[in-house]
Design a protein around this ligand. Structure first.
Ligand code: TNX
Length: 523
């Protein structure tokens, strides 16, 4: 840049920063805020709370966890408002000028994740039954700060937050996304970024697809070649990679800090070429296969008639269960076209026993309903409606991931360069307009644990590409899981979604600017 242009450029940049800083916002109608997922109820008072340079965050109780949540909120406020709030312990009634976080025995309908956010002229008070509820409520607060999330403004100022009361709790208890780290490997930092996106939209599960034909991505100490050899490539022949157990634990902890459960998946008996290439004895013919870097499915199978196969599975599940505090282990079970059905059924039955022995509950793709499901097993519906029906008939619950609605790797339309389209094109409206309750005939609400959007990575190689497929569909899936279907319409949602482009921009997200969304309407 020429010297005489530097000064005007600096002025422009400074005025842009000021324009998006907290100072300029003067909202007063809480009910007009564009919150995703849409809360259960929002009542505006017409007033506003003014966050000032000396505002502090007060937490009730001495627990480390409360303090941590307070610090998390402080870390969010600082870059947006320029206010470096301190976290202190409160006692007595809330007093003017500050934000208060407390746990209280409010109505059971709030569950662990619900919260009540009351904003008055004097203070902000966030109350929940459990820490997770406070964390979810903080995401709401984050979305109603005038300048949006993560906007960098170093000039401390005052910030007006519209006042009123928000009462909120989720419709479904399981609201997740899946990331396929097998077809292409994504490192720990990428996964952490993914976790932050889920947290912003109050999702609570990250399912990691840790093994497939193209790569084994988790260190198993008793079978080291799985990761060393089986993790050494990916689709297209790149170097692949794997998480050491320490790295996996780091992901688990990061997720936990965002009140997100990790569900690890070891896909079997199909989708196992990476394991079959790493250990010859897992093959029926005793010969190791070649590593695979293509994108075909359905050609591999563990040797279900060999005892060593079950020793292998027992070791893998034992190590994985020990590293995974969440209640679930996902055993895959999809597209086992190379396994005879008479072998598949006893195999899945036996693997369920192994998972239960190691203290975990089974999740598997809907084909596992062909076997005898344990009552607390969960079938993940992706394709076959009769399979979902079979699962429910056996007393199992369904996790809803219908490919034609909730597959994040499907192209938006025929012009989308990334992704696949075997289940159709999934524009933003298609992704949003469906009800988990009406997909499978005869199914009741209590048969559904929740929803999960799946991002398969055959065509995705980096975070930019992941973001493009995630956004702006992810907020819609989060809302389907959180907000009761009776409170959702596409016409109203698309306006709120349009306003979220300010968050996407502030977070540097590479999103698909769908023509169906009136982005010009953003504030
Ligand atoms: C089907 S969905 C698969 C995956 C592919 C995906 C691509 C499912 C359980 N299996 O192996 O990656 O389609 O969209």
């Amino acid at each position: 840049m020429k010297k005489n242009l530097i000064f005007p450029a600096i002025i422009i940049i400074i005025s842009m920063v000021i324009a998006i800083s907290c100072k300029t916002g003067s909202p007063s109608d809480l009910s007009k805020e564009n919150i995703i997922p849409k809360p259960v109820s929002v009542v505006a008072s017409g007033e506003y709370f003014k966050l000032k340079g000396k505002s502090q965050i007060y937490v009730y109780g001495e627990s480390e966890e409360m303090k941590k949540i307070g610090l998390y909120l402080a870390g969010i406020l600082e870059p947006i408002t320029g206010i470096a709030a301190q976290v202190k312990t409160a006692s007595g009634e809330p007093w003017s000028g500050n934000i208060f976080l407390s746990l209280s025995n409010i109505d059971e309908k709030f569950g662990d994740e619900g919260y009540e956010l009351s904003i008055t002229k004097k203070h902000v008070k966030l109350v929940a039954r459990a820490p997770a509820g406070l964390f979810r409520g903080i995401q709401t607060l984050r979305q109603i700060l005038p300048s949006g999330s993560d906007t960098v403004s170093k000039s401390p100022g005052s910030c007006k937050i519209p006042a009123g009361t928000i009462i909120d709790f989720p419709d479904y208890s399981y609201r997740g996304a899946m990331l396929d780290v097998s077809r292409h490997f994504f490192n720990v930092d990428d996964v952490k970024q993914f976790i932050e996106y889920l947290a912003f939209y109050k999702m609570n599960v990250l399912h990691l697809h840790l093994s497939d034909d193209q790569g084994w991505r988790i260190e198993i100490k008793s079978w080291p070649n799985l990761a060393q050899h089986g993790g050494s490539t990916e689709v297209g022949g790149g170097p692949g990679g794997y998480y050491t157990q320490d790295q996996y634990s780091e992901i688990v902890k990061y997720a936990k800090d965002h009140y997100i459960t990790i569900v690890p998946e070891i896909d079997m008996p199909g989708h196992t070429n990476a394991a079959l290439a790493s250990y010859a004895e897992l093959n029926c013919n005793g010969k190791a296969t070649e590593l695979y870097t293509g994108t075909e499915v359905g050609f591999s199978t563990l040797c279900t008639s060999k005892e060593i196969t079950y020793k292998f599975i027992d070791d893998v599940i034992r190590e994985l269960a020990a590293l995974t505090p969440g209640p679930y282990i996902h055993i895959g079970g999809d597209e086992s076209h190379a396994t005879k059905i008479e072998d598949y059924i006893p195999f899945v039955n036996r693997v369920q026993e192994i998972v239960v022995k190691h203290g975990k509950q089974v999740i598997g793709w809907d084909e596992i309903a062909l076997s005898t499901l344990k009552p607390n097993s969960i079938a993940q519906h992706w394709d076959n409606i009769p399979n979902a029906g079979k699962a429910v008939a056996q007393g199992a619950r369904i996790l809803m991931s219908p490919a034609s609605k909730a597959y994040l790797d499907m192209k938006y339309d025929s012009t989308t360069l990334l992704g696949l389209h075997w289940a159709g094109y999934i524009e933003i409206d298609t992704a949003y307009i469906w009800d988990p309750l009406t997909l499978v005939p005869g199914i009741k609400k209590e048969n559904i644990i929740g929803i999960e959007a799946a991002l398969w990575s055959e065509t995705l190689t980096n975070m930019d590409e992941i973001e493009y497929m995630l956004f702006p569909r992810l907020p819609g899936y989060a809302e389907i899981g959180w907000t009761n279907a009776s409170s959702r319409t596409w016409d109203e949602y698309k306006i709120r979604l349009a306003a979220h482009s300010r968050h996407f921009k502030a977070m540097g997200i590479n999103f698909y600017p769908s023509k169906l969304v009136p982005w010009a309407g953003e504030k």
